[in-house]
Design a protein around this ligand. Structure first.
Ligand code: HEC
Length: 446
């Protein structure tokens, strides 16, 4: 409606000018496609919105953008696109967020979409140049697989599958960077990499290795196993050093920092295949992950799985989420030392990134940490949770330093309006989580 009115008024001014005998001014539009819009779209959108990309819509040409202008304006002004789930306007933590648009850039796109959408002078548009991971030491691959939609309410047009990726001998050490390259970009919506200790005792007196073997054996015709949440039902995860969403490019950890990958560990890759587009069904994918592994690092990274909801499963009375509530909320407040006693001997840890995680009913999540007065202050805020985008968000600038006495808090909101019964926490598709994986750097020498 807004857009129409503006266009009509522009026409009306032109008509009036003509009627008064003044010459129509030479068009000198404020915003043009080639000068202002195309470079932005190229940088911030084409990684996904090009032929063969993960997004359903191509935005490579003037005509394509013009046709979709209203939808583009709506998506960028509501900050749904480019996808970046944590609030990144400085009101809650400072995030790197290079892939997002600034307010000025959003204004440029919307102003163009609401104007005459002038094409301007043809200039060459650079597609984002592909950069590669410096110093990769090895590469692992998922099996070549034709994904099959799993059906059901939460994976109607998707498959989430986990595989053990054999890390070549001699590659134990510390992961300092990675680069994910999907074999079929139209299928692969996200990739997570988990480090698993196969000997670790998990539920029912089994080891991780036994649980994974049992999951894998359920479907002997296809490699891997289903894993909607993390690495599959009952599998205990040490760390999530790899997380990738389309268009991301190589990821390097801050200098000198690395995540342990022991020779006995297993690296499990979770791939989310999206089959919403009928034309990709029946196609296969084999995704490659380059790793950069260093024999030693200055500072080790730890991944703190902060999920008081899930932890309540191990108490006498698990916490449940109330049914029939579009805004079912729960929150917790604790200290770092109480939640992660093994950190207590350390003088401090530095919070360098967060990976928020909930399941299909998730709506909002907020992580808070103690500030200088140890009063809880917002550290990561997701206002519109979307299970489709699983990613670590790295902080920029000086990281927040936490000690064992630092307060930490988390609150989650779910939509349980379709649930008849209280929702239990758990790893399964129908269960819920309220998890922030906190990526922290340990002090040097530990
Ligand atoms: C990381 C990949 C990625 C980037 C970057 C990205 N998009 Fe998207 N976009 C998607 C995907 C995937 C969808 C499909 C919906 C979904 O899965 O969320 C989508 C959906 C859309 C839609 C809605 C299409 C529809 O059918 O309604 C529009 C419009 C859009 N994106 C515009 C943009 C613009 C403009 C940019 C850049 C400023 C951008 N996107 C950046 C992946 C991306």
């Amino acid at each position: 409606m807004q857009r129409r009115t503006m266009r009509w008024s522009a026409l009306a001014v032109g008509a009036l000018a003509a009627a008064c005998g003044t010459p129509t001014p030479t068009p000198n539009p404020e915003v043009t496609y080639y000068r202002d819009v195309a470079p932005l779209v190229s940088q911030k959108c084409l990684g996904c919105h090009q032929a063969g990309g993960v997004a359903p819509l191509q935005l490579e040409t003037y005509a394509q953008l013009k046709t979709n202008a209203a939808s583009v304006a709506a998506q960028v002004s509501s900050k749904r696109m480019p996808p970046y789930l944590v609030t990144h306007d400085g009101t809650c933590g400072n995030f790197e967020a290079q892939e997002t648009l600034s307010d000025a850039q959003i204004a440029t796109l919307t102003r163009w979409a609401e104007s005459e959408m002038v094409e301007g002078d043809l200039t060459h548009i650079d597609k984002p140049s592909i950069t590669h991971l410096d110093g990769a030491t090895t590469e692992v691959k998922t099996p070549n697989l034709v994904p099959v939609a799993q059906g059901g309410q939460l994976a109607e047009l998707d498959e989430y599958r986990c595989y053990v990726a054999e890390v070549p001998a001699g590659q134990a050490g510390y992961l300092t960077g990675y680069e994910v390259t999907p074999g079929n970009a139209a299928l692969v919506h996200h990739v997570l990499g988990f480090v698993i200790d196969p000997a670790k005792q998990v539920t029912g007196g089994h080891t991780n290795a036994e649980v994974m073997a049992a999951l894998d054996a359920q479907d002997p015709d296809r490699t891997g196993w289903p894993c909607y949440g993390l690495a599959g039902d009952g599998v205990a995860v040490e760390s999530v050093p790899i997380s990738w969403a389309p268009g991301q490019g190589p990821v390097s950890y801050p200098t000198g920092v690395g995540a342990a990958l022991k020779a006995t560990d297993k690296l499990v890759l979770q791939v989310h295949y999206n089959l919403a587009d009928p034309s990709v069904r029946g196609q296969s994918d084999q995704t490659a992950v380059k790793l950069r592994v260093a024999p030693t690092v200055q500072r080790k990274v730890a991944f703190l799985f902060y999920d008081p909801l899930l932890n309540s499963l191990f108490s006498q009375q698990p916490t449940v989420i109330a049914p029939h509530d579009p805004h079912a909320k729960l929150s917790w407040d604790s200290t770092l030392g109480a939640e992660f006693p093994y950190l207590s001997p350390l003088p401090y840890v530095d919070l360098i990134g967060v990976l928020p995680h909930m399941h299909g009913r998730g709506v909002k999540q907020q992580l808070s940490v103690g500030d200088a007065n140890n009063t809880l202050a917002c550290a990561a805020d997701v206002q519109r949770w979307d299970f489709g985008w699983q990613k670590v968000y790295f902080y920029s600038g000086t990281p927040t330093r936490l000690t064992k006495d630092s307060r930490i808090g988390i609150s989650c909101e779910w939509d349980t309006s379709h649930d008849e019964q209280a929702v239990l926490p758990g790893w399964g598709t129908r269960n819920e989580m309220c998890l922030t994986v906190m990526m922290v750097a340990l002090p040097e020498g530990i």
